[in-house]
Design a protein around this ligand. Structure first.
Ligand code: UFG
Length: 435
């Protein structure tokens, strides 16, 4: 079996792991090819194969949160930790799997503090999604009902420099995760996708009907490819219940100031950069272009409070359980499968999670000035390669189907972000774990 736990390990070990994995993929393709030819003649994937080839039934989500255990991959990260808070607040049991490559276990201590959870309702496994043995352990030791899958590398620029790492971790890792999940009879999955799949959007506000366009970097490609992979999972086995959530620009932090975004090195994204200028760690905000066809010439994005975003995931679980919405396939790419006998959904649901409001770079800088109570120096620089002028969501589908709507405005996002940044100027790195 391939195992990829130690990415910082010696090169020979990496090569060996890669070779073993490659051999395995070749073998599987050979087997998969044979199966695919046979299955062509058996239409309807639910009916595909004989009895012995059928996989285990899916776990039921037709029950209350306290009886439901959710595996959160990447649960120690920015969006993951906030989602853990919302899940625990709703009464779910949570198992986090995170390799801590871009996150800190301190975040989970703080999730416990915020939610007042000091029992086994929150469990943690330090492991990569590429580690099949660790995944088997997680599924064996916990009765996982659903997965919210955040784990993945996410830096656009870095992905251009390190495509192999991005495809391995994000794509291969998700394949390993889904295979383990399927083998343990759990086919309920919420995937952390991105508005990046729309590329240069054909229209604004962007609805889920907006056609996908080629991503301009490997990070974006992994999101787009994984949307396809997860859709194909359902096509191949009608028991899968998949939701693809396309995030716009998540910012902000929990109102306690205990958890927030903690980027390594110099931030690439606007908000953490502005926050570090405000706290005195960086000198000046670079505004990437002021000649776009927007109100003030700077780029416009749909910033969404991370707590709103986290609640969108909880709403998605309700939807998957058939507790809200109609389940109609009313946008491009969605598939309304035949619901299970217990009323839970099957198929592929796609939802934008944004606010529906665009804010320019200067809007953000000025909102942050109001939050921190001082003027922030900024300097206009050339446009950043690959940026688009404007991008914001239509969120009607999430409102109508999930019963979810973003509540917090840009001022609130900046106020919460400032509280986190000013209380934790060095993120989690110097924070003592909370007893
Ligand atoms: N910007 C600056 N200065 C900076 C950083 C950014 O002016 O130092 C500008 C950008 O040019 C853009 C806006 O601020 O106009 C937002 O840029 P971000 O880097 O914060 O975010 P992006 O919209 O480029 O990308 C983000 C995520 C992606 C995700 C995408 C989805 O980083 O992962 O939103 O829409 F795919």
């Amino acid at each position: 079996m391939y195992k990829f736990t130690d990415r910082r390990g010696a090169i020979p070990r990496l090569l060996f792991a890669t070779r073993v994995a490659f051999d395995e993929i070749i073998q599987r393709y050979a087997i998969a090819g044979t199966i695919a030819v046979r299955e062509k003649f058996v239409r309807g994937a639910a009916a595909a194969g004989n009895e012995s080839e059928k996989t285990m039934a899916n776990k039921s989500l037709a029950k209350g949160p306290s009886d439901t255990c959710v595996l959160v991959t990447g649960g120690a990260g920015f969006i993951g930790s906030h989602t853990c808070v919302e899940l625990l607040n709703r009464g779910y049991r949570v198992v986090v799997l995170d390799d801590l490559s871009n996150s800190s276990e301190v975040a989970l201590d703080r999730v416990r503090t915020i939610t007042g959870i000091d029992d086994d309702r929150l469990a943690f496994y330090e492991a990569s999604i590429l580690d099949r043995e660790a995944l088997d352990r997680v599924f064996t030791e916990n009765d996982i009902d659903a997965i919210i899958h955040f784990a993945g590398f996410k830096a656009v620029g870095e992905s251009v420099q390190k495509p192999l790492e991005y495809y391995w971790n994000n794509v291969a890792g998700t394949l390993v995760l889904c295979e383990a999940a399927r083998d343990h009879g759990c086919k309920n999955l919420v995937f952390s996708s991105s508005a990046t799949v729309y590329g240069e959007p054909e229209f604004i506000p962007i609805t889920e009907d907006c056609p996908k366009h080629d991503a301009t970097n490997p990070y974006g490609q992994t999101k787009s490819m994984l949307e396809q992979v997860l859709t194909d999972l359902y096509v191949g086995d009608n028991e899968w219940n998949v939701v693809l959530l396309r995030y716009f620009n998540p910012i902000g932090a929990h109102e306690s100031g205990l958890i927030g975004e903690d980027p390594k090195g110099i931030p690439n994204n606007l908000l953490p950069y502005v926050a570090q200028v405000a706290v005195g760690k960086l000198a000046c905000v670079g505004v990437f272009g002021d000649d776009y066809p927007t109100s003030d010439g700077t780029g416009v994005r749909d910033y969404i409070h991370v707590v709103d975003l986290a609640r969108g995931h909880v709403a998605a679980l309700d939807w998957m359980g058939g507790k809200v919405g109609t389940g109609a396939a009313n946008t491009l790419g969605t598939i309304a499968g035949e619901p299970a006998d217990d009323g839970t959904r099957r198929g592929v649901g796609i939802f934008n999670l944004g606010t529906g409001t665009g804010s320019s770079v200067l809007d953000v800088v000025h909102a942050f000035e109001r939050a921190c109570g001082k003027e922030l120096p900024y300097e206009v620089k050339p446009r950043r390669a690959g940026d688009i002028a404007e991008n914001y969501a239509a969120c009607d589908k999430a409102r109508d189907e999930l019963g979810w709507i973003a509540e917090y405005d840009l001022d609130r996002m900046c106020a919460d972000s400032w509280r986190w940044q000013s209380q934790n100027p060095n993120g989690y790195s110097t924070a003592a774990p909370i007893a």
